[in-house]
Design a protein around this ligand. Structure first.
Ligand code: SAH
Ligand code: SF4
Ligand code: F3S
Length: 371
């Protein structure tokens, strides 16, 4: 029997797919390079934007057209689409997906795939290591707290053991993966490691073990490069900056999603920092780590975003000097607070224009430089 996995979405999904693959191998399946050779096709889904969801519908329809009398395979859907549907208590969402996708043989929650096998990694030198799953932040536009649930941290020692194993097997580059890596450990602080307290969501202080985790991984012999995605500006402590500054094997390219450069929009997004706090944070990072390069995520056309508010984002980008940005057009997502309380009122043409403006400003110069 052979399996084939199609992965949509972020690094967390890529890491999950490596474990799904290991699960199948453990049950005696072999990897099919091509869909036409597979007995089971697993689709690991993403729900972050409507376009991501639509890609799943498109793929399932195309797959079902491939099925013939002599060529049959099972279609299994897993990942964030299923995570969201099974967490939605009324069952309406799961029923809707089943109705929209009658060709799917099984909707499988990722938790049931089995994480008891070591992942089947896609690369021999660079490894993705998940350190937490889920998110507690509830940015008003975002489905992740609904698709993956609350943040659960992997045990500290388990992560260190995995990284040590990786070093022994010749891995030199580790990417730590989580939706908010720098709040890692808030749920497991009784491990004996002294936590760092960060101002969280502007109101509370939460304990995190991320600086210590990073530092311990830095000490593992053979690991030459460590990076992490994603970190959040509001949990970026001085202790974390110090760990990065004094360990040259932590990547100098840091991804720090800002989403907007306008204070009112940031509040509406439930992002707990102001543009000045963000600018101060990157100034601190630049002063302590002089070779640092920053990348970011930005959403354009959030409900109610005026031209002036967009210009505040443009201005912040100019000040920050990002070397790269993942710019998204706002997409209204089910279950989110923004979906419930704001009208998706920025016309699509305007969203596209704002997207292109930032794309040209931040990402196009890089293309020119590379040529
Ligand atoms: N945890 C990370 C981001 C995870 S989602 C963080 O907080 O930064 C990846 C990116 O998708 C986000 O940074 C955001 O820019 C984008 N995104 C999330 N929800 C979106 C939506 N509803 N519409 C458009 N873009 C969205
Ligand atoms: Fe989504 Fe915000 Fe959590 Fe990132 S921090 S995953 S944007 S809710
Ligand atoms: Fe998408 Fe799920 Fe990642 S919604 S961005 S695959 S956490």
């Amino acid at each position: 029997m052979k399996y084939h996995i199609v992965t949509f979405g972020c690094a967390q999904n890529v890491a999950d797919s490596e474990r799904i693959a290991a699960g199948y191998e453990g049950r005696g399946y072999k990897k099919a390079k091509l869909i036409k050779d597979a007995d089971v096709v697993v689709i690991n889904t993403c729900m972050i934007r409507e376009s991501a969801e639509n890609r799943v519908y498109g793929l399932v329809k195309n797959l079902s057209k491939l099925k013939t009398e002599n060529f049959k395979f099972k279609i299994v859907v897993t990942g964030c689409m299923v995570g969201m549907a099974v967490r939605e208590k009324t069952g309406k969402m799961l029923a809707l997906f089943k109705k929209k996708l009658p060709e799917v043989d099984e909707f499988l929650p990722i938790e049931e795939v089995g994480f008891d096998h070591a992942p089947l990694r896609g690369d021999a030198k660079h490894a993705l290591v998940p350190i937490s799953n889920g998110c507690n932040n509830f940015c008003t536009y975002c489905v992740v707290p609904f698709t993956r649930g609350r943040e659960v941290s992997r045990p500290f020692e388990e992560i260190i053991a995995e990284c040590m194993e990786l070093a022994k097997s010749g891995y030199t580059h580790i990417t730590l993966v989580g939706q908010n890596v720098n709040s890692y450990g808030a749920d497991i602080v009784n491990t004996g490691v002294k936590p760092v307290y960060v101002k969280h969501l502007g109101r509370l202080r939460i304990p995190t073990l991320f600086p210590q985790l990073l530092e311990e991984i830095c000490r593992i012999k053979g690991i030459k490069l460590i990076d992490f995605i994603s970190s959040n500006p509001w949990d970026f402590s001085d202790d974390l900056i110090d760990v990065i500054a004094k360990n040259p094997n932590v990547s100098r390219q840091i991804h720090l999603p800002v989403q907007s450069g306008d204070n009112k929009i940031l509040r509406k997004m439930n992002r707990w920092y102001t543009r000045d706090e963000y600018i101060k944070l990157i100034a601190k990072l630049k002063s302590k780590i002089n070779t640092i390069q920053l990348s970011t995520d930005i959403i354009v056309g959030f409900p109610g975003e005026t031209e002036e508010q967009f210009q505040n984002t443009v201005d912040l980008c100019k000040k920050a000097g990002f070397y790269k940005a993942y710019i998204s057009v706002y997409s209204d997502r089910p279950l989110t607070t923004a979906h419930k309380i704001y009208k998706d009122d920025v016309p699509h043409s305007k969203k596209k224009r704002r997207w292109k403006f930032l794309e040209d400003l931040i990402n196009k110069p890089n293309l020119v430089k590379k040529q």
